[in-house]
Write a protein that binds this ligand. Structure first.
Ligand code: GNR
Ligand code: NI
Length: 167
């Protein structure tokens, strides 16, 4: 197991379109183990392979609330939106120090495969639904700040620069 380096905006590797996973062998299992270790260490509730410089469509998540750990692996995800988007607070390990409000769908149905390549489906709401959308965006080379107006995005990044200078 190893801790992986989490890339920060504006690293161009965060903008790559990740490729579907086709090989579910030992390399993938090792990557997933390292991603869980890196996510829990950060700490975060989700991590996409894109964030550690691996352009494959795999993400790990643990959105279990109240201390209940619920590790999940999502590979080659497809999302069905089940309702209209609403404003929620969001942050990202690749855009550290700041957070802002974006629109996400409160309920989604996820179609994905697990770490062994077996297809599964689940309906999610709350933080898990938000995380599924956030991580799938990463796999498409998108960040939550892309959902902000350019004015709000510039203000956020300026606030981030100030926080980092004073740190
Ligand atoms: O740890 C994280 N918290 C979070 C909070 C609200 C919405 C999304 C997230 S995901 C984030 C970890 C991360 O950057 N995953 O890509
Ligand atoms: Ni993120």
């Amino acid at each position: 197991m190893a801790l992986l380096e989490i890339l920060h905006h504006p690293d161009p590797r965060l903008r790559e379109m990740a490729q579907p996973v086709e090989n579910f062998g030992a390399d993938l299992q090792a990557l997933i183990a390292d991603m869980f270790e890196t996510m829990y260490d950060a700490p975060g509730v989700g991590l996409a392979a894109t964030q550690v410089g691996i352009p494959l469509r795999v993400a790990v998540m643990d959105c279990g609330g109240e201390g209940a750990s619920e590790p999940m692996v999502m590979i080659n995800p497809e999302i069905e939106f089940l309702d209209a988007p609403e404003v929620v607070d969001e942050g990202c390990l690749s855009v550290p120090e700041v957070a802002d409000r974006v629109k996400r769908h409160p309920r989604v149905r996820l179609h994905a495969v697990d770490r062994d390549g077996k297809p599964y489906e689940l309906e999610a709401d709350g933080l898990l639904a938000q995380c599924i959308q956030h991580e799938t965006d990463h796999l498409d080379g998108k960040l939550y700040i892309d959902h902000l107006s350019s004015l709000k995005r510039e203000r956020l990044l300026k606030r981030q620069r100030k926080l980092r200078q004073s740190a």
